[in-house]
Design a binder for this molecule. Structure first.
Ligand code: NDP
Length: 330
């Protein structure tokens, strides 16, 4: 059983040297437990933030296998809740096999594409739905701005906002990604934050100002976006990816000034807080996928051994859509 553990905690940008592959005995199930074969692992910016200390979950330390949300198959069971062959979502680690408490595994429906349960019908789609609709509360005709727009959460935020009748502007890294966001994701506009003049470009792309800014990145982009907010605008604080992979964070310098003057609401959320609304989110996402208003974008890296590079690449903006690692065939 292969496992990828943290060799050393990073003090700045993550590199392959921060990980090492080890081999452990095959896990065995105790009472109430199951052995799971890991099929797909979610690669998230949050993996990097867990290496910085405790957040909404315990910190990850040197010697620990990297935690991950995963889709797995039950291969041994000592619980009445799950049978061999069941497909479940579980808190796993970067491993071929893990042991888990059956009551903590969520049995998944049989679907043609298992990966969809990790992208549009998984955390990415639910985060986009709950954050935008329940926290951002956009109204048709308003302007919604979203950063990391070519990424997993950002791509769904923009497409949902379009489906709700909003003007949608993305922010992404590089001209190619911006073109893709407009042409493939159907955004009204997309701005390259790596090119100079983000503020000016934002003003041009949002002539009526921004009503909802869905912030995935924090830092300098948030600082600039604050100037384009309309009075009574909402900033949905989903994540701060620009701050995860560095020990020298930069933050908006115009806080709380612009929040006061423009009467803004900034609100953070964690997708799990809205689990009571998951069924509603899934119904809506299924409808939008079925009628073509949402395109499912996935970026699947093959092989457990490539998980560190997949995470490093995600932080460098390599991915378009939901990045995951396929550990085994389903
Ligand atoms: P993405 O698929 O969006 O990938 C991350 C993207 O972030 C990269 O592709 C890159 O695109 C962009 N990025 C990287 N560094 C920077 C930087 N310094 N400044 C601006 N953009 C950068 O990842 P996810 O969809 O998984 O996550 C998006 C955000 O949502 C993260 O902040 C994550 O922590 C958060 N999240 C929050 C949840 C919650 O419950 N609140 C749940 C799940 C995710 P580019 O080329 O455009 O730079």
């Amino acid at each position: 059983n292969r496992q990828i553990v943290i060799a050393e905690l990073p003090t700045d940008a993550l590199t392959p040297a921060h990980f090492k592959e080890t081999t452990t005995d095959m896990p065995k199930a105790g009472d109430g437990q199951v052995v799971l074969k890991v099929i797909l692992m979610s690669i998230d910016a949050a993996n990097r933030s867990w290496m910085k200390g405790a957040t909404y979950r315990a910190a990850v330390n040197a010697g620990d296998p990297m935690p991950t949300y995963a889709i797995c198959e039950v291969i041994e069971t000592k619980s009445d809740r799950l049978a061999v062959g069941d497909i479940v979502a579980a808190e796993a680690t970067w491993s071929d096999y893990i042991v888990a408490e059956a009551r903590k595994c969520e049995k998944l429906p049989k679907v043609p594409e298992l990966s969809n349960l990790m992208s549009v019908y998984g955390i990415a789609g639910k985060t986009a739905f709950h954050g935008l609709i329940s926290v951002g509360k956009p109204i048709a005709g308003e302007t919604v701005l979203v950063s990391a727009a070519a990424g997993s959460v950002g791509g769904y935020v923009g497409q949902i906002a379009k489906a709700l009748g909003c003007r949608v502007v993305g922010i992404a890294g590089g001209a190619d990604k911006c073109k893709w966001v407009k042409e493939e994701m159907g955004f009204d506009d997309c701005i390259d934050y790596r090119a100079p003049g983000l503020g000016k470009a934002l003003r041009a792309a949002c002539p009526d100002g921004v009503d909802v800014y869905f912030d995935n990145v924090g830092g300098a982009v948030l600082e600039t976006a604050l100037f384009s907010m309309n009075e009574k605008g909402r900033i949905v604080c989903c994540g701060a990816i620009s701050q995860y992979d560095t020990e020298t964070p930069t933050g908006p310098r115009n806080l709380p000034g612009l929040v006061v003057v423009k009467r803004l609401r900034m609100e953070g959320f964690i997708v799990m807080d809205w689990a009571h609304d998951d069924a509603k989110a899934l119904r809506a996402l299924q409808t939008w996928v079925a009628n073509g208003q949402i395109k499912v974008t996935e970026d699947i890296v093959e092989g457990l051994e490539n998980a560190p590079q997949a995470l490093i690449g995600l932080l460098a903006g390599e991915n378009k859509g939901k990045r995951m690692v396929r550990v085994a065939a389903d």
